[in-house]
Write a protein that binds this ligand. Structure first.
Ligand code: MTE
Ligand code: MO
Length: 197
């Protein structure tokens, strides 16, 4: 590619076919869950692990959190740069889990049976986390309160809102959008939008 004198250094951060937005669009299938009793909320880790682990909301909030900065890319062609999040690193979460050797893929389960799949190695990246705050504010119900996954190196549909379960799987299986024509992996820099890309 020829050098572009107007390139301020962010062009390489914008994947092909994407347009920047300053807003924060809300996108999901189905309805937004509203929680009025956090005592009923939990996050269950299950599948190919030595022992199932369930975090209550209180347990979850007791996990150490840190700041994450990233860019997000939605398959519907918007990208949003320089997001600042607060969340629990996957490495912190995994201190409570002993993986079995069979575990190779992960299914993230949201509220109402929504799900999305990714390889275990992508889940374990140090850029993947479980977020509770975005740009200084607690996640709104529309953006996934109380806890959403954030997997910034894949299209944003992999970032499950209203996370309730993390399933460790031996074989890859399509989640909700993946069953409906989206790509099994979803690398935005390779434009892996649909399963025929
Ligand atoms: N539980 C759940 N998580 C979800 C979705 C959904 O329908 N249900 N949609 C995904 C899609 S397609 C996108 S683009 C992002 C949008 O997140 P936002 O509404 O915070 O921008 O959430 C993802 N996470
Ligand atoms: Mo999306």
């Amino acid at each position: 590619m020829p050098a572009d004198p107007k390139d301020t250094g962010i062009n390489h951060r914008i994947p092909p076919g994407q347009t920047l937005t300053e807003g924060f669009p809300v996108l999901h299938y189905g309805s937004v869950p509203y929680y009025n009793d956090m005592g009923k909320w939990d996050l269950r880790l299950f599948g190919w692990i030595e022992e199932e682990v369930t975090f209550s909301y209180k347990d979850f909030l007791a996990l150490p959190r840190r700041e994450f900065k990233n860019d997000i890319h939605c398959v519907t062609t918007w990208s949003k740069l320089d997001n600042v999040w607060e969340g629990v690193a996957v490495s912190t979460l995994m201190e409570h889990v002993k993986l079995k050797p069979e575990a190779k893929f992960v299914m993230l389960h949201g509220e109402h049976g929504w799900s999305t799949n990714l390889p275990l190695d992508d889940f374990l990246r140090d850029t993947t986390f479980l977020g509770i705050r975005h740009n200084g504010q607690l996640l709104t119900p529309e953006h996934g309160y109380p806890v959403r996954a954030v997997v910034p190196h894949l299209y944003f549909w992999k970032s499950a809102k209203w996370l309730r379960g993390i399933e460790f799987m031996e074989k890859d299986k399509p989640g909700f959008w993946e069953r409906n024509g989206y790509h099994m992996y979803g690398n935005p820099f390779k434009e892996q939008r649909y399963d025929f890309d």
